[in-house]
Each structure stands twice: as structure tokens, then as C-alpha cells.
Ligand binder design. Structure first.
Ligand code: AQP
Length: 345
């Protein structure tokens, strides 16, 4: 039997999961477990690129792991682990820093967005996509389930992998492909011109384990017909132009409700009858149906079992990572084995 294709993806423990993370990426993480060998990492070294938070980071890491398990990541089937528990991530990142071109890094739009107006811009924020490339290439994973905002970084990972292969004269790292969900970009409720994101503030996102009343408060005040029209949401079947806020509500409905439900609201939208209040109620209902089982599973999980799952995950990931790093040191000519060889030992 041929081995299952390998998948890697990571998520930062900067706060708890939101609906954008779930519909854009985590739902695919769960699905891919069926027929892939999956590694999913809580990338805590990424979370410190914009400042340390030693009093909060460990708690966030544990909470995020519990939420991922509640979403359906099965730590028996998939390798669920914390990035810093496998030190080879940062070691490979250094080697890949020697491979990446400075010009390529300067073109990363996320760096431009995150550094704009910041008081202190760390070197790590600039080279962040190299650590991301190391995360993926360390496991020689070919498929990476992410949201649309990460596609540029994956293109860079591909370029780094190719350049490494060319420099060492061996096809060592595979070609990396993004794997996008049907909702690769969920927008903010309060400002639908921006992607749903934790850093924009609580009114902009819906937390996965948020209380239903708080979710409704955010949905009720979600922006609808301001912000200018765009093309109709892909896949909604609507021929007319929708404003970004309405398009986003339809996207939330389409990804949580049966197709017939979305179609009935689209018909009402096309007929021009006022329906935004009802549309928000429908999103509220179907989102709650999606989120409730996760909230319930999350409530049943305790820290002890989550910590045990992460410890086991780090052991399994570490076995794979050590093999790759041994090869990489060899290919680059560093490390004790290379010295032994040079001296004929
Ligand atoms: N709005 C979104 N729509 C679809 N997918 C999204 N992802 C994030 N936001 C959306 C995807 O979720 C995965 C984890 O992303 P991350 O660890 O990079 O989380 P994030 O980007 O840090 O999430 P935020 O909320 O945007 O954080 P801040 O505001 O701190 O930068 C990735 O696959 C991502 O594509």
C-alpha cells in the first residue's frame, strides 16, 4: 500500500479560534484526516514575533489545542503538537534563511500590513515566512490546508524548497501546494473590507466557543449595505452585485446551512424584498448548529488529557523532524556526522 500523502498546517496561539480560522482552514484539517497523514502544529514561535507574553502564552497554547480537538482533530490519528517542542523547526529555519532571497521577503504583503505603524518591527516579523517554510518542509509535506491570506507565503515556501534542491543538487523537498476551503476568506463583520481577524478587535470576529447571545449581538450589528458593491460571492449563483457585508453573510450561510436554505435567501435577495434581518437570523441559527457541538466537546476536555496529547504529538513529530534535519545537515555539510566523514571516522 502506498503511503498516504502528508499534510502540514499550523496556527498561532495568539487567541482563541474564530469562525474565519474554522471555515477557512480547520474544517479542511479535519476532513483531510480521512485519507492523509496529517501534522497540525500550534506555532508558538510565530506568536512571539511581535512581543513576548510569558504569563499568557502557555494558557493560550493549551486552550487552542483543546479547541482544535473539539473541532474534530483526533490526536490519535493526526500528529498534534506545539512547534517549540520540536527544536528542529528553528534549526531548519536558519538553514532556509541562508537560501531565501532578501528581495522575495520584501514582497510579502503580510509583513507590510503588520509592520505598518508598528512602534517596533522585529527582524523575526520580517523573516517569519521562512520559519513557516521550515515548519512545512521539515515534514516534507506537499499539501497545506490554509486560508487565502497564506497563499503568498506558500508560494515563497515553494521557491525556497526549489532553491534548496538546486543548491544541494538533489530533489529533496517536495513541491508545496495550498489546499483551500470553499470559504478561503471570511470577512470581518464590522468592516467587511478586511478579513475576519483577531487583531482587529472583538466586534470583527466570532469566536468558536463564544456564547450564543454574544454571537447574535455581533451578527445583528454586522455591516450590510455599506462599503460599495463587489462581484457576487463565488458559488452563490447570484448574478447581481452584492455589497461585501451581504456577500459575507451569504458565505457564512452557504458554509453552514443546506444548499436549499441559501438558495431560498438568494431568491429573496434577487427579488429585492428587504431580508437582511431574516438573513442574519438564518446565519445565527445555522452557525449555532455548527458551533454548539464544538462548545460541548470543548467543555468536556481537561488540561491533563490535552497536555498528554501534545506530549505524544511532539514525540511523533520529533521522530520525523530529526530524520529530515540529519539529511539537511548532511546535504549542507554541517554537524558532527559531516566532520566524522571528513576525517574518515
Ligand atoms: N478570515 C479568515 N478567513 C479564512 N481563513 C482564515 N484564516 C485566518 N483568518 C481567516 C486561516 O486560519 C489559519 C490560522 O491562521 P493564523 O494562525 O495565521 O491565524 P491568524 O491569521 O493569526 O488569524 P488572525 O485572526 O488573522 O490573527 P491576527 O489578527 O493576529 O493576524 C490560516 O490557515 C489562515 O489562513
Amino acid at each position: 500500500m502506498s503511503p498516504q500523502p502528508r499534510v502540514f498546517s499550523g496556527i498561532q496561539p495568539t487567541a482563541r479560534l474564530h469562525v474565519g480560522n474554522y471555515l477557512g482552514a480547520i474544517q479542511n484539517w479535519v476532513r483531510l484526516q480521512e485519507d492523509h497523514e496529517c501534522l497540525y502544529s500550534i506555532v508558538d514561535y510565530h506568536a512571539v514575533t511581535q512581543g513576548f507574553a510569558p504569563a499568557e502564552l502557555p494558557r493560550r497554547t493549551l486552550d487552542l489545542a483543546a479547541e482544535l480537538i473539539a473541532c474534530g482533530i483526533d490526536p490519535e490519528r493526526s500528529i498534534l503538537f506545539v512547534q517549540s517542542h520540536v527544536p528542529e523547526h528553528t534549526e531548519l529555519a536558519w538553514v532556509l534563511n541562508c537560501v531565501v532571497s532578501f528581495g522575495d521577503l520584501t514582497r510579502m504583503t503580510q509583513f507590510k500590513d503588520k509592520s505598518e505603524g508598528a512602534e517596533h518591527v522585529s527582524g523575526a516579523l520580517f523573516s517569519y515566512p521562512v520559519l513557516q517554510a521550515a515548519d512545512i518542509l521539515l515534514y516534507r509535506a506537499a499539501r497545506v490546508p490554509v486560508g487565502e491570506d497564506q497563499v503568498q507565503h506558500l508560494e515563497l515556501t515553494r521557491r525556497i524548497g526549489r532553491r534548496f534542491n538546486a543548491l544541494v543538487g538533489r530533489d529533496y523537498f517536495p513541491e508545496v501546494e495550498p489546499f483551500l476551503s470553499p470559504a478561503p476568506r471570511i470577512m470581518s463583520l464590522a468592516d467587511p473590507s478586511k478579513k475576519m481577524s483577531k487583531s482587529l478587535g472583538p466586534s470583527h470576529f466570532i469566536g468558536l466557543t463564544e456564547d450564543p447571545d454574544a454571537v447574535w449581538k455581533k451578527l445583528r450589528s454586522a455591516v450590510t449595505d455599506v462599503g460599495g458593491p463587489t462581484e457576487a460571492a463565488p458559488g452563490t449563483g447570484a448574478g447581481e452585485r452584492m455589497s461585501p457585508g451581504v456577500e459575507n453573510l451569504f458565505l457564512l450561510l452557504r458554509t453552514t446551512a443546506p444548499a436549499a436554505v441559501t438558495e431560498s435567501y438568494l431568491e429573496r435577495y434577487r427579488s429585492g424584498e428587504p431580508m437582511y434581518g431574516d438573513l442574519k437570523q438564518a446565519v445565527r441559527y445555522h452557525l449555532e448548529e455548527t458551533l454548539r457541538p464544538m462548545r460541548e466537546r470543548r467543555a468536556e476536555l481537561d488540561d491533563r488529557s490535552v497536555r498528554a496529547a501534545l506530549r505524544a504529538g511532539a514525540e511523533r513529530a520529533g521522530d520525523l523532524a530529526r530524520r529530515t534535519m540529519a539529511d539537511v545537515r548532511d546535504l549542507v555539510g554541517v554537524g558532527p556526522v559531516a566532520l566524522d566523514r571528513a576525517s574518515g571516522a
